[in-house]
Ligand binder design. Structure first.
Ligand SMILES: [Zn+2]
Length: 452
């Protein structure tokens, strides 16, 4: 029995070579998958077709699959679109090839995201996160843009995979396929978290609140990134310092009146919004680190001769640490309320997204660096293995929960050539990154859960 069991277990060399060969062999499938997601991009909480496709794929691998309300906690979801938007999209995806068996009513209500669980007996638990949503922007539809030329540009007006989450989704599915095939060589549990609503930092918290990160020993996520001077290798295994953030839609309610006849009876919501916009920009900066504030939208009123009774702004604050962000958040709330009071208006702040700061665990960065050096000779670790993040990312909620419980977490970068920067209308990647991503994630899990 003992010897038979032993012969089943690959040596280190063989298992990592097998992983690379499997991903290479699936190259065409991986590209097809990515292009399918690219063709049908879906913004936060509308990832209905995407979720159905993921659930179908993971089910075909024989994994335990969670969808709908089992993925995101109902009251913890932030920035869910109105019901009519959800309904309209739900009807649309039924004509876009979502399998009726996997497209559920709950997905139609904005309970998107999928979790696959690979049970490999007793042992540590590893969670991998792949974000799946697109951006609310129009993709270029012209001959200078490869996705258009090759027939996989966006079929959903106003939505585009311009950040690379289509790649993350395909990488996650291929990793699930590889690790399912290697199941007998692993001990422990692998959770594949396909997260909705990353853009606008809306989805991760709702998954954490459903307990999916509790008891997780190791956590890894990645983002495709351009290779530049700091990220000079194939993989940067750690990042730190994404800015903590809070985002709000702020509504000012006033009182309409004839601007010429009885202006004293009016309460001008447009002026309240304007005071707020100016006041917010003047928040004193914190001595302990970087902070940001931006008012991105201001809307309100109806005509020059009417005192406006309604106005709104969309704004956000950010901070290098959670403390600095909390300071910015507190001042922003005080300023919005005070601006409303100046015009005798009321003010209502609706949270639209938030994320904490994040730090990768040094032990896990080191472990991944050694793994790549020793077993994935085709790839190179960046000379700075722990790079600073400047944006915001709600993956921090997941990393923090794992680290608070004594686990280790990393947020990596997987490098690729980009046709145009992220969040622009001609964004596209070198699809070589798909094999690279799947090999890296599979190898990391093998390193953590491989039977001796
Ligand atoms: Zn992104």
């Amino acid at each position: 029995m003992e010897t038979k069991q032993k012969t089943l277990i690959y040596s280190d060399e063989t298992i990592y070579r097998t992983i690379s060969a499997m991903a290479e062999g699936d190259r065409e499938d991986l590209i097809r998958l990515r292009r399918d997601f690219h063709r049908y991009p879906e913004t936060g909480w509308l990832e209905m077709r995407t979720s159905a496709k993921i659930a179908e794929y993971l089910t075909s691998l024989g994994m335990e699959v969670l969808t709908g309300k089992d993925v995101c906690k109902e009251e913890a979801r932030i920035g869910v679109p109105p019901q009519e938007v959800l309904d309209l999209h739900f009807r649309k995806v039924q004509e876009q090839g979502a399998s009726p068996e996997f497209l559920t009513e709950e997905m139609g209500q904005g309970y998107t995201g999928v979790i696959g669980i690979l049970h490999c007996g007793e042992g540590p638990s590893v969670a991998l996160r792949f974000d799946i949503d697109a951006l609310p922007m129009e993709e270029a539809q012209d001959l200078e843009h490869r996705p258009f030329c090759e027939g996989f540009s966006s079929q959903n007006p106003g939505m585009m995979h311009a950040c690379g989450h289509d790649c993350h989704t395909a990488i996650g599915l291929e990793t699930a396929k590889i690790l399912s095939a290697l199941k007998n060589h692993l001990h422990g549990t692998v959770k594949f978290l396909f997260q909705p609503g990353e853009e606008g930092t809306r989805g991760a918290y709702a998954m954490v609140e459903n307990g999916h990160l509790d008891g997780v020993n190791y956590f890894a996520g990645t983002h495709v990134a351009p290779d530049d001077k700091e990220d000079d290798g194939d993989i940067t295994p750690g990042t730190y310092g994404s800015l903590a953030t809070c985002k709000y839609n702020v509504f000012f309610h006033g009182q309409a009146a004839h601007a010429g006849g009885f202006p004293e009876e009016g309460k001008n919501a447009v002026l309240a919004a304007a005071h707020a916009a100016v006041g917010l920009s003047g928040i004193a900066r914190h001595s302990q680190g970087i902070s940001r504030v931006n008012v991105g939208v201001i809307r309100g009123g109806s005509n020059s001769n009417v005192v406006a009774d309604e106005a709104m702004i969309s704004m956000e604050v950010r901070g290098e640490t959670d403390e600095i962000n909390q300071y910015m958040d507190r001042r922003a709330k005080e300023i919005c309320q005070a601006a409303a009071a100046m015009e005798e208006c009321s003010c209502e702040m609706k949270l639209m997204g938030r994320a904490p700061s994040q730090v990768s665990s040094p032990e896990l960065i080191e472990r991944i660096s050694n793994l790549v050096r020793n077993h994935l000779p085709q790839y190179r670790i960046s000379s700075n293995p722990n790079a600073k993040n400047w944006g915001s990312e709600d993956i921090g909620f997941m990393m923090n929960r794992v680290q608070e419980q004594g686990g280790q977490a990393v947020y990596m970068r997987t490098m690729t050539k980009m046709a145009s920067p992220q969040h622009t209308v001609r964004f596209d990647v070198d699809e070589e990154v798909l094999v690279k991503g799947a090999v890296t994630f599979s190898a990391i899990v093998c390193d953590l859960l491989k039977k001796d």
